[in-house]
Design a protein around this ligand. Structure first.
Ligand SMILES: O=C(O)CCC(=O)C(=O)O
Ligand SMILES: [Fe+2]
Length: 767
């Protein structure tokens, strides 16, 4: 099943090297591989937590929940989140046995031979499992840590393939239950084990904290829990092997957590967490039995900056391994992340509002680089620097008129003169409300058409209008070739080989997932030629460009199937298609309710002047009748000139079941259907597909769009569970109609005198 991270397309490259193995190999020789050496840490001043002014606040859960002390402790909680963004939580109530079991299991897992740990290794471009995160290039400095990352809640989103089966108490299993009496061994029962139990305890603790935080903020008690609906949770289990030259390496680079709140359990009593306060690194002293809690980026945004998401990092001990479990309480990908309305009564929003998918993608793209992504979401003076394009320009939000004037002046002096209609287009379009920072197309156009432009371009990543693609082509003419695709990949898949040198060299794995959407023109048996700049555009432009490129994707898929590439990436390609998404539009059902048949109240976007002047013939007869084809006759050996199609062979019952499921689904109240709403940048779900621009005319219909084949590309989040028969009936209906379509393809090929299998080879395994 697709998990919540499928949509994120994080292009980590494989780092197969286990830090534990590196540590064992170098022993005390001190020959640390260059990639782990971090000269920057020597210069950092670290304060050790003895001075009173630097003692991390301690919050006592037993006081929070005790009427007598609750008010006082809640205020303390609030100050901790405002002043520090971190606190130690004592008396949190997590069961001692659960804590001990998870500690034992995790310690046991990291003691296993590497080979065994690798059975749950993170897959290429994946996130869950054992391995490393945030490795984007072969040159990048590496953290001294092996980690295991798992989605833990909601339970149905777990990918158990990545949950170690050793130690056996780690994951939930079915057990045989010996029953007394004549029944002997009875059916299995479900036993939840250490990680499951721990994750539930943490969910409970965080739910309580969110409530007290809401009280402290003066908003509805449920307001934060509402944003963190369903309390999605994942854990990153960090194993930091000792390093004889600990002061040369970093366990975890400085970062903020891109989540609501993190609860950190120190599995063994080795210190290593440091937080940045007042520009200095401050070492957090372990407090026995406490959980270290910190505010994440999402909570900072939701509280409009009142609570702080603070940079932190992990350092290494020279003699002892260190193990921690960070449990991340996140917001669902389907939610909107922005300052709480209730808080805005007291002031302007200080952050722009983004959806969960955009937020999480942006967080990963910013590569653990401190607060960079969070800062980019701030409204007001942002000072994004674009270098190498003439003078350094600090681009400001539209509110600042002085800066707008400065920008205009700079544009006038430095940018190519545009044609009047282009200038008009730009002037007319108001600044997007949710996008305070809109770089003019021209600036992006001036970037050299090289992959190394990417980092700069990604700084201003925002939906780019389709016209940009045209302008880009006009300016740069041919896209430079940056590499070829071959079928010699490590995983039996298509692999990319760069033909450029650094800094334009793009590592194979880093490119693969993105590139699926942008391949053009096959050439020769060995490879597909690949026009590079489209990748840059796809990354810069997002929605608009990905849309244009969808036809190329189809071309590629055809190529793949007809040349029988061993393509394990088809599923990924489909996931790519999903990112070619529609813009959100209101539900027509809701509009229909408010319009009451009165033309004036129908929004302009739905009014189609062309519809009224076209002639429509409603009575078919004679030549105009739609032909009826009888499949049973086509299939019979005597068949020949028949032109009727009935008796298609799809069982009545299958059709009826599906029909009735659909009727039931659509007859639900709008809110129930909205549970399955399309996510931004996605096609699937309840809503309208193929809406690519704000001014496009809209269809008067709500639809439910689902990917049904191949079955492993199904995203069940969008498959209704009401009526209960829905999923099963769609499954049955889709497999019947698929067989029917394949059968028709055969006859169609025959009808044009082609080999009957020729169309099948294109469509057989196709979506
Ligand atoms: O292990 C630690 O001390 C810090 C872990 C952490 O910050 C994280 O996993 O996000
Ligand atoms: Fe962290």
């Amino acid at each position: 099943m697709a998990d919540r991270f499928d949509k994120l397309k994080v292009n980590f490259i494989d780092q197969d090297e286990s830090v534990q193995v590196v540590a064992d190999t170098i022993g005390s020789s001190g020959d640390i591989p260059e990639r782990y050496v971090r000269p920057e840490i020597e210069a950092d001043h670290v304060i050790i937590a003895d001075a009173d002014s630097y003692r991390l606040p301690v919050i006592d859960m037993s006081r929070l929940i005790n009427h007598e002390f609750s008010k006082e402790e809640t205020a303390k909680l609030g100050s901790a989140c405002e002043d520090w963004g971190f606190f130690q939580l004592v008396n949190h109530g997590v069961d001692e046995q659960v804590l001990q079991q998870i500690k034992d299991d995790i310690t046991g897992f990291f003691k296993l031979p590497l080979q065994e740990k690798m059975t749950v290794a993170i897959l290429p471009n994946g996130l869950q499992g054992f391995g490393h995160h945030f490795v984007f290039s072969k040159e990048q400095k590496l953290d001294w840590v092996d980690l295991m990352f798992l989605t833990t809640r909601p339970v149905e989103e777990r990918s158990l393939d990545f949950w170690p089966i050793n130690p056996p108490t780690f994951r939930s299993t079915y057990c045989l239950l010996k029953q007394a009496g004549w029944l002997g061994y009875r059916a299995s029962f479900f036993s939840s084990n250490s990680l499951d139990k721990y994750s539930l305890e943490i969910e409970n603790v965080s739910a309580k904290l969110f409530k007290f935080m809401a009280m402290n903020l003066g908003v509805d008690e449920e307001a934060l829990l509402g944003t963190f609906k369903g309390q999605p949770q994942s854990v990153r289990i960090n194993h930091y092997p000792p390093c004889s030259q600990a002061d040369k390496v970093l366990g975890l680079s400085p970062h903020t957590d891109g989540v609501g709140m993190t609860l950190l359990l120190q599995v063994n009593d080795v210190q290593g967490l440091q937080i940045r306060k007042d520009g200095k690194w401050f070492a957090v002293k372990n407090l026995p039995g406490a959980l270290v809690v910190n505010v994440g980026d999402v909570l900072e945004i939701i509280t409009n900056g009142k609570y702080k998401s603070i940079e932190h990092r992990a350092v290494i001990n020279p003699d002892k391994e260190r193990i921690t479990i960070a449990a991340f309480q996140s917001a669902p990908l389907s939610c909107t992340i922005g300052p709480l309305q209730e808080l805005l009564m007291k002031g302007d929003p200080r952050y722009r509002t983004v959806d969960g998918v955009e937020f999480t993608k942006g967080y990963f793209a910013a590569k653990l680089e401190g607060r960079r992504y969070l800062e980019s979401l701030k409204l007001g003076v942002l000072g994004l620097l674009v270098r190498g394009l003439g003078p350094t320009v600090a681009l400001q939000s539209p509110q600042s008129t002085v800066e707008v004037e400065k920008k205009k002046q700079w544009n006038a002096e430095n940018l190519p003169k545009t044609k009047p209609h282009e200038a008009r287009r730009r002037d007319e379009s108001p600044p997007a409300a949710s996008l305070p920072l809109k770089l003019d197309d021209e600036i992006l156009l001036r970037l050299p058409p090289r992959p190394s432009s990417l980092p700069r371009a990604s700084l201003v990543s925002s939906p780019t209008p389709a016209s940009f693609h045209r302008l880009f082509r006009a300016r740069h003419r041919n896209h430079p070739l940056i590499g070829v695709f071959t079928n010699e990949g490590r995983y039996g898949s298509i692999s990319f080989r760069s033909v450029l040198d650094p800094p334009n060299l793009i590592p194979t794995e880093a490119l693969l997932a993105d590139s699926l959407a942008v391949i053009e023109c096959p050439s020769g048996p060995n490879g597909l030629r690949f026009n590079s700049y489209q990748i840059v555009l796809a990354r810069v432009g997002g929605l608009g460009l990905a849309t244009i490129l969808s036809c190329n994707l189809q071309m590629w898929e055809r190529k793949v199937s007809s040349e029988a590439y061993n393509c394990r990436n088809l599923g990924k390609a489909m996931a790519e298609v999903r990112t070619i998404g529609s813009l959100p539009v209101p539900n027509v059902q809701a509009l229909a309710g408010t319009c009451n048949g009165s033309d004036e109240r129908i929004p302009e976007r739905y009014i189609r002047t062309e519809a009224t002047c076209e002639e429509v013939i409603s009575n078919y007869h004679g030549d105009m009748a739609i032909l009826i084809i009888d499949l049973s006759k086509l299939l019979s050996p005597q068949s020949s000139e028949e032109e009727r199609l009935i008796n298609h062979g799809v069982p009545e019952e299958v059709i009826e079941n599906f029909r009735s499921s659909i009727v039931h689904f659509f007859s639900q109240p709008l809110d129930a259907k909205k549970e399955y709403s399309q996510l931004p940048n996605s096609l699937e779900g309840y809503g309208q597909t193929f809406v690519f621009s704000e001014d496009q005319k809209l269809d008067w219909g709500d639809m439910l769009y689902l990917q049904v084949h191949p079955t492993d590309t199904r995203d069940l989040r969008f498959w209704p569970t009401y009526p209960a028969s829905f999923r099963q009936s769609l499954d049955a209906y889709s497999s019947e109609t698929k067989s029917l379509a394949l059968c028709l393809f055969k006859f169609m090929a025959k009808a044009v005198d082609a080999d009957p299998e020729s169309l099948l080879s294109i469509f057989e395994d196709q979506p």
